[in-house]
Design a binder for this molecule. Sequence first.
Ligand code: MOS
Length: 715
Amino acid sequence: MTTATTPRTGTRAPSVGTARTRVEGREKVTGAARYAGEIPFAGLVHGWLVLSTVAHGRIRALDTEPVLAMPGVLAVLDHRNAPRLNTDFASLLGMRPDPTCAVFQHGRVPHRGWPVALVLAETSEQAREAAESLVVHYEEEPHDTDFGADRPDAYRADGIMPAVTEKGDLEAELAAADVVVDAEYTTPEEHHNPMEPHAATAHWDGDRLEVFDSNQGATWVVGDLANLFSIDPATVRVRSEHVGGGFGSKGVRAHQVAAVMAASVLRRPVRVVMTRRQMFTLIGYRSPTVQRIRLGADADGRIRALEHRSLSATSTVFEFVEPSSGVARVMYDADAHRTENRVVRLDVPSPTFMRAPGEAPGSFALESAMDELAVACGQDPVALRLRNDAERGPVSGLPFASRRLSDCFREGARRFGWADRDPRPGLRRDGRWLLGTGTAAASFPAGVAPSTATVTAHPDGRFTVRIAAADIGTGARTALTLVAADALHADPERIHVRIGDSDFGPAMIAGGSMGTRSWSWAVQTAAQEVRERLALGTDIPAEGITVRANTAEAIGALTPAERHSFGAQFAEVAVDPGTGEVRVRRMLGIFAAGRIVNPLTARNQLLGGMIWGISMALHEEAVRDHASGGLVGADLAGYHVPTHADVPRIEADWIDDPDPNDPVGIKGIGEIGIVGAAAAVANAVWHATGVRHRTLPIRPDRVLSAAAREGAPDA
Ligand code: MOS
């Protein structure tokens, strides 16, 4: 990179599209970057959450007296003395009031690991010691945590999309089909557990509440806290400069609410940090799913009937729906088309958004079923997808703003060497290993939401961008620097992007793969106006020239269309028929996901998603002990995730696909990397062994028992 001054006019090479290391990279690797749990505060009080040890019932008594006598202990907050909260409001993503994080409001225990008290002390060690000593007496009631396909109490539920879509006569089309696939797929409970634990420090500065937090959207947290505590949002400031991962888990959670309560009661700064184990019950997770797919096709593979039904679990506290059948509403059309999301309420923590909510488990089921259909029709799996590429939204009937799915498959097949593939399973060997390849399609909505941003031109030729964006590890700060550079016709080195502060005004969260696109639109709009003013030869005063942009109107004017990113995933696996071990040998993802702002961090983002797909296919599974109602091994030792040794030669790349209706051409890449990845691996396992795995993860014991059952090739 050069720091030389470039002229403000004339031709200059765009910064968007060039590979840039993170602008805050040095701060992060030298430890200078401060995260929410390590910002120094004078007179800081430490809060430690106490979680229920029963799965259902009510609190009979809390023996707080002996705890209050322990060294350094200042107070214990619980449902008897905690400030009352308002839960009657709709959060940004929740649609309906979500009382999951309204802690200490009643003595009921809806699941194991529910917060029952906050112990406050002068040091973190004192708080923890006291919290672990607190004896809580419960009146236990029977609990029900048993998820499965046969729940009679399951019901249709909307969540973020309508529960049901329906067109045509499904049974008639299935009856008329030459080939029918009818199969059930299950995915386990999965947890997003970002490296940086959830942490918040709250303090009152006169009438102003300030919270240093780790979250995916400062203005979102302001809104929820203001609603919960019935205070004016203008008096709340949330800062979140560096965030060590979010994946959907970092909205308003118990820790911020508890910290604000305690800061209000004690009138001192209070910090609450979650432990890794606490995160397994307090931050949400992906529900297990059972999905049934029915596909009916003509002999040549054209789909005439498609049904995708999904069942997920939620808590008794909040109705969160994992919308797994939503992916079928985008991917494939059929003469008769039916999708449905259902849910069952159990005595478990509330699930939430987790990277590619709906699409991740939904694509495992749908893209596995497509592979089964390819086998049943004697069609190549890539050819089957090309044949069924939709021209309009299968449910909406709307045109796609752009849909380069088939191009992704063609390019991916070429680079992966798909043409050499023998379609017959169980034939390729490498020593004791059986080899196979598989593919799957990916899609994720390309949305955008209103945001505000300001851009200031300083007299020394530098610029400051301010936007309440969150960089949760995606490289958003760097991406926005490049976007601003192009709009200002300036070197990125002259631009300082400030994020993670609610005082910068409302902005979209880092979520729904919509962050960078939504923020870029606002930054570009403000920056362009700054440049136009400077072009008039205006003198820049000492305080600079500042322009504020709000994209609400421009986004409201977008014409309705199906807007999505697409991709094609390819995987090669080796299966040891003696041990049941599955190794992914190589993987390739080709995406059509809008204009790529920073190839370096974009690739990183897509690879991260694909690796999570390997993890979903082979490793991850939270196991609930129905006797206690809690998880077994709920930490990063017990919860299996891939390490470097599990990650093969893996490539992510993209084809040109600028969004036609976005000023920068961005679509969004945050989530699509995981979509279809697990199905590609599972389909490769079928190709290696001839055995279909419809239950994730594909553990060695499952490979062995399925092989014994189905007579797969052995060692
Ligand atoms: Mo994401 S699950 O929209 O953070």
